[in-house]
Design a protein around this ligand. Structure first.
Ligand SMILES: C[S@@+](CC[C@H](N)C(=O)[O-])C[C@H]1O[C@@H](n2cnc3c(N)ncnc32)[C@H](O)[C@@H]1O
Length: 408
């Protein structure tokens, strides 16, 4: 096993990806960004190179072997960005990226996005019998632990938001704050246009069904309104802690969830309050907390504040102050590099991946590092990084682009 980087000097492990991944400690990498050799695309003239397999199936199997090893080195809240191109065989698009992605799903990866990298400077094409190809997919995978419907992983959207073209979509001119305390809301509530009772727009005579789809329509039909919600964010760990806490009391009391449901006048609700699996569990509502505590004989108040504190949240969609979500179509020009005789990443691609998914103290890995674009960008972003590359002669290019590197 290698010792992990302690500063932002990029590490380069030379050799075969599967062999070298075995040298990286388990659960040590926060984000993986890579573009492997595509199937049947290029011959790097090196023994052991990926991409020269006889069939797409063989290639996919190889890439699955890589994925298994990547899964081992990735932290449980880590993210894997895989940029991978396709190939025609006998005029038939092989769908290799998607077949690989589906196989990865079966092996415990969850797909959070299929991002489209639209090339803003595509190669001129002489193709006459189909449309030219101007995009490549980038899959955003996370680990998908059993029993988790929604995987928890590191994702900092605010750091990659992009400027609104106009003032949002021009729908919302309100100066109302996004959240209000209960007291503030009570003071303001007569001034909030509310629930649409005073609506006099063009849909007045309709039954208002299906008008809620666009933020603009919602605003003009319903006016501005707030919804009352729990104030404190309860993450998955805390949720489980609280559930275990009340479960213990329920055991001591020897009361069934059916009996609890009855006392609340609910049907099939209390059962979920005591489930520990992520798909089925849910916490009691703030207004049910004290009653439940009484039923279970809980005197301690340690979760009271977090369970019952509420505030009001503006429901009208307002343009986010930090800009909008970049969406899943990414417009970047292709990368160019004189020294490299293969396609390199545009720097913006690993940049967006690293900024959004790598904590400041985290480690970035590119298992097919090529000319070192990912390492260069990671260093510029003050992140630690590791690259793997089969070809020793690329070290010079990597060094030229990254400054000092540590070869292992
Ligand atoms: C498409 S290039 C990566 C380009 C990179 N994103 C960049 O911006 O420079 C793929 C790289 O994978 C390397 N490679 C191929 N087979 C490999 C293997 N079995 N183990 C490690 N690296 C391999 C190739 O030598 C090549 O440098």
């Amino acid at each position: 096993m290698i010792e992990l980087p302690k500063d932002i000097t990029p590490f380069v492990l030379v050799g075969d990806v599967i062999e070298r991944l075995k040298d990286i400690p388990a659960k040590s990498i926060n984000v993986i960004v890579t573009s492997p050799p595509y199937w049947g695309q290029r011959d790097y003239e090196t023994k052991g190179q990926i991409g020269n397999e006889k069939t797409p199936e063989e290639y996919i199997n190889k890439m699955l072997e890589v994925a298994d090893e990547l899964k081992r080195v990735l932290t449980d809240d880590g993210v894997y960005f895989l940029n991978i191109g396709d190939k025609y065989a006998d005029k038939n698009l092989q769908m290799i990226p998607f077949r690989l992605a589906i196989e990865m799903q079966k092996r415990g990866w969850a797909i959070r996005n299929v991002l489209i990298w639209r090339k803003t400077n595509p190669m001129p094409s002489s193709i006459k019998d189909r449309f030219s190809n101007v995009y490549e997919p980038i899959f955003l995978f996370v680990k998908n632990p059993e029993n988790y419907l929604t995987p928890d992983y590191y994702f900092d959207l605010d750091s990659v938001r992009i400027a609104h073209k106009t003032n949002g979509d021009g729908n919302h001119k309100s100066d109302l704050p996004l959240t209000l305390s209960i007291e503030e809301y009570d003071k303001l509530k007569d001034k909030i246009s509310g629930n649409g009772n005073n609506y006099s727009g063009k849909f007045k005579s309709t039954n208002k069904i299906n008008l809620g789809a666009s933020p603009g329509a919602r605003l003009s039909v319903f006016g501005e309104f707030y919804s009352r919600q729990r104030k404190n964010k309860i993450d998955a760990n805390l949720e489980l802690e609280i559930i275990k806490f009340i479960k213990e009391y329920r055991k001591k009391r020897g009361i069934s969830t059916k009996e609890i449901d009855k006392l609340f006048g609910y049907k099939d609700t209390a059962g979920h309050w005591f489930r520990t699996d992520k798909g089925g569990r849910c916490l009691p509502k703030p207004e049910d907390w004290f009653k439940l505590k009484k039923i279970l004989g809980i005197k301690e108040g340690k979760y009271d504040k977090i369970m019952i504190e509420e505030h009001y949240v503006l429901q009208t969609v307002k343009p986010h102050e930090l800009g909008k979500n970049p969406g899943d179509v990414w417009d970047f020009a292709t990368g160019k590099l004189q020294d490299a005789h293969f396609a390199i990443f545009p720097e913006e691609l690993p940049k967006r991946a690293i900024v959004s998914c790598c904590p400041k103290s985290g480690i970035v890995l590119d298992p097919f590092v090529g000319s070192g674009t990912t390492l260069k960008v990671a260093k510029e972003l003050n992140r630690k990084s590791i690259g793997i590359e089969l070809q020793k002669n690329f070290l010079k290019i990597i060094e030229k682009r990254c400054g000092m590197i540590k070869v292992l």
